[in-house]
Design a binder for this molecule. Structure first.
Ligand code: GLU
Length: 478
């Protein structure tokens, strides 16, 4: 038996999600328990959506959670590079092999033809699937089109008949009719691989033995298994983990509840409590067993066969309870002070805050009331305070709604980007920025005047800002 190797393979396309920490924890526990290795790989094949900021935040927050990896983009290792954008030559080589063996084909269909095909399939009530036109070209046709400079993608050749059986470690065999498996694009027209090709090539070359990943990837598994068999490789053992749920059982999403690890850190949750909480979702305790446990204990008692298939509920009240227990039972006064210091005041943050506060205070004792909002969790703004003479209620609501969507889609989180977004919102409402500033000040800082708004928002971070805007929106909607 080869030594166990697991991995977590996040895509750096947004703020690190608690679901990523959950998946990482399961992979980490299994590897550690089996005396194996745990790898972190960055899946940044989506060049348009991947950002360095997101990658940095993912690495930082997973490390904050206490999950250390043996190999990864920052620590290196014998199977590197660990960032897919640096492995293009490899994917090209393997795509070439598939083309040569006829297990993949070049597809010249235009987006317009694909769209027409999709519309026709939908109208006929058939599943949307590439119809294989380019697979059937007569000899010479592909070369002719290529020589004429027609752009193409490389697609996976999927059998038209038969059934693919995905063996899931927890769910058992799952059958997929090949007819419903799409001829997936493996290489895009710009020569970049898609997730599917890169994922399979990397799991093989990185000698991954077990893949525990989110259930949203189940339907990709038949495509991956086909790739393994075309290459003649042994696939890793697969298990798909259920998505975390809100208490009302809906999918955990940031539209409803905070989902970012950075949010929980900014709110002052301890990483041990967060990881402990996620570990309980993976493996509930038995009667009489204490729920409070550190990472070594979590690893020791971890049982992959007990990870639930039904979506575990991310119940913040339970997290609060655990966090409070950690503060009371595991931290003495000195460690509490130290934790609070690390949480609240990194030297760069403090310098920036001091520069912003200095012009606005007369005495040091003014600092407390002026800056309390930076060190608080949720604020509870009242509708009357959020009201502005320059905006009616509907406009105030609209300003918050627009801000919630537009700030979420900012690729970088900094004062300048935030200022541009908010000014754009003022313009949409046909107002001046100074007319819409008040509700935002109150929502974010709790007061109509404070240190500059955009800097405050940058300092608080995207997750806390989202939460405060959502609370403010609720206050003016109620
Ligand atoms: N890059 C994928 C993600 O972001 C990883 C899926 C997998 O683990 O295969 O979830």
């Amino acid at each position: 038996m080869p030594p166990v190797r697991t991995r977590v393979a996040p895509s750096p396309t947004g703020d690190p999600h608690v679901g990523t920490a959950y998946v990482a924890l399961v992979n980490y526990c299994f590897a550690r328990q089996q005396g194996g290795e745990f790898v972190l790989r960055i899946e940044d094949t989506d060049r348009a959506r991947s950002t360095a900021e997101s990658e940095r935040a993912i690495l930082e927050t997973l490390r904050w959670c206490g999950l250390d990896w043996d190999e990864g983009p920052d620590v290196g290792g014998p199977h590197g590079p660990y960032r897919q954008s640096e492995r293009s030559a490899l994917y090209r080589e393997y795509a070439g092999k598939l083309l040569a063996s006829g297990d993949a084909f070049k597809c010249f269909c235009t987006p317009q033809r694909l769209e027409e095909m999709r519309v026709a399939q939908r109208a006929a009530g058939r599943p949307s699937r590439y119809d294989g036109l380019c697979r059937g070209y007569a000899p010479g046709e592909v070369e002719r089109r290529e020589a004429a400079g027609e752009p193409y993608v490389v697609r996976l050749a999927v059998p038209d008949e038969g059934v693919c059986v995905v063996e899931d470690l927890r769910r058992g065999p799952i059958e997929f009719d090949y007819k419903s498996v799409d001829m997936q694009v493996l290489v895009k027209s710009d020569g970049m691989p898609t997730y599917h090709l890169a994922n399979v090539v990397d799991d093989h070359l990185m000698e991954i033995t077990h893949v525990f990943r989110g259930e949203e990837w189940v339907s990709s598994a038949p495509k991956h298994l086909l790739l393994y068999s075309y290459f003649g490789w042994q696939p890793p053992k697969l298990m798909h983990l259920p998505l975390l749920r809100n208490p009302d059982r809906s999918k955990l999403s940031k539209r409803k509840n905070p989902t970012g690890i950075l949010f929980y850190r900014a709110m002052g949750y301890l990483p041990e409590a967060l990881i402990n909480f996620l570990a309980l979702l993976a493996n509930a305790t038995r009667e009489g067993e204490d729920e409070l446990m550190d990472l070594p204990a979590i690893v020791r008692r971890f049982q992959i066969e007990h990870v639930p298939i039904g979506g575990p509920v991310f119940d913040v009240a339970k997290l609060d309870w655990l966090n409070a227990r950690y503060i009371r039972e595991r931290l003495d006064a000195a460690s509490l002070v130290e934790r609070a210091r690390v949480w609240a005041i990194s030297p760069e943050r403090l310098t920036r805050i001091a520069q912003l506060a200095a012009p606005r205070i007369e005495r040091l004792s003014d600092l407390g009331p002026l800056l309390a909002f930076l060190f608080s969790g949720r604020l509870a703004p009242r509708a009357v305070d959020l009201a502005s003479k320059k905006l009616d209620e509907a406009q105030t609501r609209q300003a918050f709604e627009l801000a919630l969507t537009e700030l979420d889609s900012l690729p970088a989180w900094n004062a300048f980007a935030i200022e541009t977004a908010l000014k754009g919102i003022a313009e949409k409402l046909d107002k001046k920025m100074r007319d819409v500033a008040r509700p935002f000040y109150v929502a974010i800082t709790g007061s109509p005047t404070s240190i500059p708004l955009y800097d405050s928002m940058e300092l608080l971070g995207r997750d806390i800002v989202r939460e405060r805007l959502r609370n403010a929106l609720q206050a003016v909607t109620a």
